[in-house]
Design a protein around this ligand. Sequence first.
Ligand SMILES: Nc1ncnc2c1ncn2[C@@H]1O[C@H](COP(=O)(O)OP(=O)(O)O)[C@@H](O)[C@H]1O
Ligand SMILES: [Mg+2]
Length: 347
Amino acid sequence: MAAIEFAKREYTLEEVLSRLNPLVSKWFRSSFKDLTPPQKMAVIPIMEGKNVLVSSPTGTGKTLTAFLSIISELMNLAEKGELEDKVYAVYVSPLRALNNDIYRNLKKPLNEIYALASKEGREVQEIRHQVRTGDTTQNERQKMLRKPPHILITTPESLAIILNAPKFRKALKEVRWVIVDEIHSLVENKRGSHLSLSLERLQEMVENRIIRIGLSATINPLVEVAKFLVGFEKGRPRSCLIIDTNFAKGKDLKVLSPTDDLIHTPSDEVNKRMYELISELIEKHRTTLIFTNTRSGTERVVFHLKSVLGTKMIGDDEIAAHHGSLSRWVRFEVEEKLKNGQLKAIV
Ligand SMILES: Nc1ncnc2c1ncn2[C@@H]1O[C@H](COP(=O)(O)OP(=O)(O)O)[C@@H](O)[C@H]1O
Ligand SMILES: [Mg+2]
């Protein structure tokens, strides 16, 4: 059997939910309609203890893919009161600003799962998680030593530091899972090399084989990324299952031109027809993303589209601009509206 192979099997919602801890599965049902493609393919292999590299487009629920399997296993222990004061999972993300991700994919799910448990009148041991970065205060670090989180959230640099702290190392002796999120932004640089070293040092300290889970946006070649994730033993890469959902969806690419003759048609006319063409496409589809070359171009396109779309019953508030000169807050709001389906088009 090849050490590094591509997954072929996609599991159904029922298959996955029946493997999860019942509370976790109940929570999932009450929160979402279905699993996303990486969740369908990766949750069960992770539960089977395989090293897994997941590559799928942004926004496909990769972070929750990893946490679903881990929360489920920790919940099994928590229900039996068997959670110990040690780190079971280490989540490494290259971004310091990971609080938003962790809130949506870990804190909120855990809160909701515990709310479900208490609604059923059950007392379940708490699964603790904590963020440790360069910004963590001395006081919080001390507390972490006394009561280590079950899930430790950290950056490659802080992980390296923790591995050098004799007291904290004790808490890491039985780590079972390491998640490396946004692995595409680490594979090719020194931060990534540093992390490889830390992962091997961690593995060296731990008696059992650590289950490694890598999460990546679209990137190639995946086999190389997988080798980076799992590392080598006796000169050979450890085994890894690659889950690539990038090609699960067919692509339909077309080049359209507003006119047959771009050279001799007056530019006013070309412009007018271009906006008509874009507005027809927006009208026909659920969401449309439009790209321009400049920020001012973005504003100009939004302005013109609004006037053309106004005649087609598409509201002013169903199209929005998104570029780097807008405040973070405005961009965030536009992204949220897009995700909630409140926008027809974004430029
Ligand atoms: N099965 C699901 N159904 C609907 N939404 C989901 C599902 N799983 C995760 N999400 C949500 O999708 C959003 C994007 O997920 P995220 O983890 O940021 O994606 P990625 O890491 O792939 O970029 C998050 O708000 C997450 O809570
Ligand atoms: Mg993510």
